[in-house]
Design a protein. Sequence first.
Length: 309
Amino acid sequence: MSKIYVIHENNEWTDHLVARLQELALDYELWHLDEGEIDLSQPPPEGVFYNRISASSHTRDHRFAPEFTEAVLAWLERHGRTVINGSRALRLEVSKVNQYMALNQAGIATPKTIAAVGKSHIIAAAKSFAGESFITKHNRAGKGQGVYLFEDVDALQNYLDSPQFDQPVDGITLIQQYIKAPEPYIVRHEFINGKFFYGVRVDTSAGFELCPADVCSIEDQMCPTDGPSSAPKAKFEILTDYRPDFINTYERFLAANNIQVAGIETIWDADGKSYAYDVNTNTNYNSSAEAVAGQYAMLALARYLQSLG
């Protein structure tokens, strides 16, 4: 059995996988790549390498983790090592522009998006939405970073001129069509070994922070309903008997981009048209939702990594 190397920069997002690797008595090692060194004249160790570097690493003071990981992945791939979510996956993880272009190439609709650098260009981009609501977001982001809804350009200008303006780490702000869903939810589609594992419905009524990891959860994970006598509604709910027609297209997209493990977030407009708007290759899972459904993605992921050895 080959040793499993987990490439990451956030211990809290790796603990659940480690627990499953230990449960299966697998040989593993964690590579925390916020800093380090590699000797490019030497070959890497033998084994299976799983990349979990996140686009939000800079929010944890790991500013150069993606860049260092890119170097490590180039080294591993040069020597023909088995790499899960390699350099192509990392490229999409750290750039929503790259995500959208790859999704569109696969025939998957994304919201109208304009990428802009510089405040004057952000305003010019927003004006092209001609009175429609729009959102901003960071090109390299995570955890809803930089995501704000605006009803008009004046409100955006006030935000840009305020101390609250959040400059993207790569300088690129996205101005994006606001898809108003008939009901306040999105569905995150989870894939392991490039195959659909489950869909989780995420309640968006409380805002754009949609991270499913337990560490992201607020103290009260349940969202209030109409009154104290109503049963609380979970923010994350794994769907049963759910496999929409576009799943096959999503799987082909992942295969074309050499992505083995991912979560793809989808929203529907009032006409029932679906839009993919985020591809997360550092996917996490919500333990409360999984306990209710009896489905455990980290266990399936650990078994997948085991099968590669």
